[in-house]
Design a protein around this ligand. Structure first.
Ligand code: E4P
Length: 221
């Protein structure tokens, strides 16, 4: 499974890129606004750090302006993926931008039928919002399984990008359900790398190691 980082924060993107685990980045208007910087500057900076798909979202809700904004966003960098919302106007814009050969991420997806239509229209990614769906008493990981199954049935190339992750269990469930990508906030990447048990085990090993006379453990000096 590919791992994208779900933030527009440059320091966090730099920090986690160093681990070598980041394949791409997703942003949305709220994440960009949180940084308080110019839209274009932030995206260009992100593209300079991560050599992978970088999602940036249109902010209009009518088809004509979504197409216009999508084409402008696409000009920012070769790795840009244009995010379009899953509303009827978004489907129409997706049809046009796909014909232009622009890479797209069809976002705020809550049903497998939305994902089916997006794949039919050539979306590069669809983003089911699993965390927000769970809050509405519907299983987010079931939605991922359904979409993965539909895409396999018809050999669609569209990738399922599990979004709206709430903790590390969501990532595990997305992987088990067959998501091709998960986009993960920085704090959840931390959760994925850490376990209390790992720390306790390591502490025990190192306590024992220190009991060995110093001259017998000088190999590392
Ligand atoms: C994905 O591309 C979105 O930016 C993100 O996952 C939204 O998640 P949220 O529910 O935490 O806002």
């Amino acid at each position: 499974m590919e791992i994208f980082i779900d933030t527009a924060n440059i320091d966090e993107i730099k920090k986690y890129s160093k681990f070598g685990i980041i394949d791409g980045v997703t942003t949305n208007p709220a994440l960009i606004a949180k940084e308080g910087k110019n839209f274009k500057d932030v995206l260009v900076e992100i593209c300079d750090i991560v050599d992978g798909p970088i999602s940036a979202e249109v902010v209009s809700t009518d088809t004509e302006n979504m197409i216009r904004e999508g084409r402008l966003i696409n000009q920012l960098h070769k790795n840009i993926v244009v995010k379009l919302p899953s509303i009827p106007e978004g489907f129409e814009a997706l049809n046009v931008l796909s014909s232009d050969g622009i890479k797209t991420n069809f976002t705020v997806v809550y049903t497998s039928n939305q994902a089916l239509l997006a794949a039919k229209l050539g979306a590069t990614y669809v983003s089911p919002f699993v965390g927000r769906l769970d809050v509405n008493s519907t299983s987010g990981s079931d939605l991922i399984s359904e979409i993965v199954c539909m895409y396999e049935n018809y050999n669609f190339d569209t990738k399922v990008l599990a979004a709206s992750m709430r903790n590390s269990i969501y990532v595990k469930d997305a992987a088990l359900a067959g998501a091709h990508v998960a986009t993960i906030p920085p704090e959840i990447l931390d959760q994925m790398m850490n376990s209390e048990l790992s720390n306790i085990a390591l502490e025990g090993f190192l306590d024992e190691w220190k009991k060995l006379p110093k001259e017998k453990r000088n190999y590392f000096e």
